[in-house]
Structures are given as C-alpha cells and as structure tokens.
Design a protein. Structure first.
Length: 248
C-alpha cells in the first residue's frame, strides 16, 4: 500500500493530484483547511477504489504540520510520497500588508520545509520515497511580489534537499507551473491549461525523479530570456504591479 500526503488537496492542482493518484492500492492523506471539500475528494477517491484519510490542517501552524504527519504515520505506518502543493498568492507588490506577507511565507515556504523535515527520517529508514514540491515559473522570473520571493526560496530549498538526500533513494523534484486554470487564476481559468497538465508532471516525477519540470513547456523561453536578457523582462513587466498596489 503506497501512502501519499497531498497538501492543498481541497481544490485546484492539489485536488486534481489527489483524484488522479487515488487508485486501488494507494492511501491518500488529504491536507487543507476546508474539511468539507476534503471529504468530497475523499469520497471520490474511495468510489474509485482508493483509500483516503482526511486531515484538516492549517499549514501556517507548525504544531498542525506535526499532527498531520503523526496522524498519517499512525494510521498507515509509513509515508512514501509527499506532494507539497498548498500555496497562497497575493498582490504583486512589496507593499503587501504584514499579515498576508507572513501567511504567504508560512504556507509557501515554511510549510514545505517543515513537512520535508517531518517525513525524511521515515523515508530514510524505509530506504526510499519521493518528494514533489510545486513551485512556480514566478520562482524563476521575479514578477509576483512576495509570492515570487517564496517560490524563488522554495526552488533553492528543493535544490539543497535534493543534493542532501542524493544516494538515499529519496527522489526530490520541483515542478514549476506557469499560469494554470485554478481558483488562483479564476478570471482567466477558461483560457488557461487545466490542473491536469501539472498532475501529468507529478506522475512523471513519481515514475522517475528529476530535478525540475516546467509546465507548460513554453514558459522555458521566458525563463531563458530572464536569465540571458534580464533587461528585456524588466521592460516587459515594468509597472505591471502598479494598478494592484494597495493604498494606505
């Protein structure tokens, strides 16, 4: 029985990931704040022959993260896969108010670190496992304010953990989506690729861990331009956040 923790499993990419991976022979541990939505995902998984454990979790709280891993381990005996998907976005400005800034850092960066810290010892003891961190193209191109900063940091942390765990049998992969049609991009959702394109990348990472997967692939050109021609990106995005800047 393979045991998979998915954070942010109540909607969007997390929900799609849980539903896809929730096959017979797999137990999905579903974490998010919205218990009712998690229960719906769990019911769908069980209808398809999988097993699901609902653990309502506020990832801003270190104690809640420890309780999530402890409950998952107590119920299943092991954790084979961790998918760090949960994330918060916000206005594309440095003028973000402090409560939202702290929440974004807690959920987007500190929660994945704390979860990795919690599951790595048991994965080491088992001789293997897989960690998939959902980053963002905004972690390669600085255009998203604090959100972008957290994803830059998650990229660095993922690289570090992958190198730290080399040779242990634990695969560590960073998936960097561009704009995807989820609640986070609700206004444009109909014109954007759906979450399944990210779930496809998660499945590829579980079959064969790799350093980084960018989806859709076309964003690689923007990432290359950001590295090779930073002035071009400066010019393209100059002043874009201004209309969204909160007023005092």
């Amino acid at each position: 029985m393979r045991v998979i923790i998915v954070t942010g499993a109540s909607s969007g990419i997390g929900r799609a990931t849980a539903l896809r991976l929730g096959r017979p022979g797999t137990t999905l541990v579903l974490a998010a704040r919205r218990a009712e939505e998690l229960a719906e995902v769990a019911a769908a998984i069980e209808t398809n022959g999988g097993s699901a454990l609902v653990v309502p979790t506020d990832l801003r709280e270190p104690d809640a993260i420890e309780a999530l891993v402890e409950r998952a381990t107590t119920a299943t005996g092991t954790i084979d896969v961790l998918v760090n998907n949960a994330g918060l976005s916000g206005p594309e400005t440095v003028l973000l108010d402090d409560p939202r800034l702290i929440a974004m850092v807690d959920v987007n960066l500190l929660a994945p670190i704390r979860l990795m810290r919690a599951v790595v010892p048991s994965m080491r003891a088992a001789g293997g496992g897989a960690i998939v961190n959902i980053g963002s193209v905004a972690g390669e191109i600085g255009v998203g304010g604090v959100y972008s900063a957290t994803k830059f940091a998650l990229r660095g942390m993922t690289d570090s953990v992958r190198r730290e765990l080399a040779g242990t049998g634990i695969g560590v992969t960073l998936i960097e989506p561009g704009r995807i049609g989820t609640e986070m991009n609700a206004r444009d959702a109909d014109r954007l690729p759906g979450p399944d394109i990210v779930v496809d990348a998660v499945e590829r990472a579980l079959r064969k861990p790799r350093r980084r997967i960018v989806v859709p692939r076309g964003y690689r050109f923007a990432m290359l331009a950001s590295t090779a021609l930073p002035w071009l990106i400066d010019r393209a995005y100059a002043g874009k956040a201004a209309p969204r800047t909160p007023r005092s």
